[in-house]
Structure formats: C-alpha cells, structure tokens
Design a protein around this ligand. Structure first.
Ligand code: DC
Length: 228
C-alpha cells in the first residue's frame, strides 16, 4: 500500500476572513502543523514597539527582524507564539501592533527573512499555512490552495464577536473602516500584495459556518492525500 502524501495547504485571504480558525481546525483534523504567518509579522512589530524603534525606519526594522527569535508552539487552543523565548501570544494582538503591522510587513527585507523561515518549517509537508502570500510567494507549488473571502460587514461582525470574547467592546462601524483600511494597504502594497493565485480555489465564507469551511478544505486535502 502506498504511503499517504504529505501535502502543504496554503490558505490566503484578507483580514478577518476566517482564515485562522479554519486553518487551525483543518490542521487539527488532519494532524498537521498550523502556521499562522501573520503572527510572525506581528511578532516583529511587537519587538519594534518593545524596543521603541520607529516603524518607518526600514533599515532598523530589517536589522531587528534578523535578530528576532520567533517560535510557534502548538497547543490545544491554537499556537502559542514565543518572541525571544517569551510567550507573547496575547501581546501580538494588541491594537498598537495591529495598526503598525501593515507597514512592518511591507518591507522586503522583513519578508525575505520570514518567507525563508516559513519555507523551512514547511519543508517536510503536513502543514497548513495561512497568510496573504502563501499560494503566490511562499509555497507556489502547494498541493492545495484556498483563497478565502467574505463581505466586509460579515467580517466586522466576526471580529466584534472575537473581541467580545476577549472582554473588548468594539464599535462595528469602526471595525468596518479598520478592515477596509487594512485590506487596501495589504492589497495595494508593492511587495507581495494580497492576491489570489491563479490556481487557488476561491471560497466565499460570507454564508458558511466554520464547520462547512473546514469540511470543504478537509475533503479537498483528503482527495489529494489519498490519491494514488
Ligand atoms: O493575519 P493577520 O491579520 O494576523 O496579519 C497581520 C498582518 O501581517 C497583515 O496586516 C498583513 C501581514 N501579513 C503579510 O503581509 N503576509 C502574510 N503572509 C501574513 C500577514
């Protein structure tokens, strides 16, 4: 009997499109490693804030990315992120980080460092990577490529619920504006903009439950893993 294939699954899409939860659950169902690449860009941004380095100073930010140690450790509730050995899982989600991360992630030097690391972590297969440039840049030959979209109103509602769980009461209209702003920055930037790979499957999740999204990707992955 043939060994099951060890594949790489790329999930891209805009902010709050449901990528993270979906990627985490797909990875869990397959027994694969989940790599949230956005959390890596957030970690560099957090380090810049901790060291009070001006985010508009590209050279300094790239130098900082070079000396930064970012590790992802799977846990029952998703990955824990360690920055230079310190658990920073909650801190990377701070609003200060969110508003600065688009600029930090626009620097090619930062992207080169993180893309190299993401490829290294994916080399053996059995991974689900989520981000903005996985299907186009990080793993252009990934066996499954999904591009998740959802309308902005629905994304803001989801983000509001997520924040409420963390005890934060957010204004939905402001969330819509923030998401639109970040979409614009992420998709119009010069370096690796958010873009659907030509061979990616577009999955509109506006009217899908998380289970439906997970089942769709899981079925797609299974058909390739067991294909002989
Ligand atoms: O998915 P997220 O919101 O945690 O991502 C944070 C930021 O990082 C987002 O504004 C875009 C950037 N990012 C990126 O440029 N490339 C990736 N592969 C993942 C995220």
């Amino acid at each position: 009997m043939k060994e099951p294939k060890k594949i790489r699954i790329a999930i891209d899409g805009p902010a709050a499109s449901g990528k993270s939860t979906t990627a985490r659950l797909v990875a869990k169902k397959l027994g694969y490693l989940h790599i949230d690449t956005g959390s890596m860009y957030r970690a560099i941004t957090l380090k810049a804030l901790r060291e009070t380095i001006d985010a508009s100073d590209e050279q300094q930010i790239v130098a900082l990315a070079q000396r930064c140690r970012v590790e992802l450790e799977p846990s029952e509730f998703g990955n824990r992120l360690f920055l230079d050995g310190k658990d920073s899982t909650s801190d990377i989600r701070l609003p200060r980080v969110t508003s600065m991360v688009s600029l930090v992630s626009s620097y090619q030097g930062v992207r080169d460092i993180l893309v190299r690391e993401q490829r290294r972590m994916s080399a053996a297969g059995r991974v689900v990577l989520e981000g903005r440039d996985i299907g186009t840049v990080v793993l252009p030959d990934a066996e499954v490529k999904i591009f998740m979209i959802a309308d902005v109103g629905e994304r803001a509602r989801r983000r509001k619920k997520q924040l409420a769980l963390a005890g934060i009461d957010a204004d939905e209209k402001k969330l819509v504006r923030d998401i639109e702003e970040r979409d614009k920055k992420d998709s119009t930037r010069h370096m690796s903009p958010l873009q659907k790979a030509s061979d990616a499957i577009e999955l509109d999740t506006s009217n899908l439950t998380i289970d439906e999204q997970v089942d769709f990707i899981f079925a797609k992955a299974q058909s390739i893993i067991n294909w002989v």
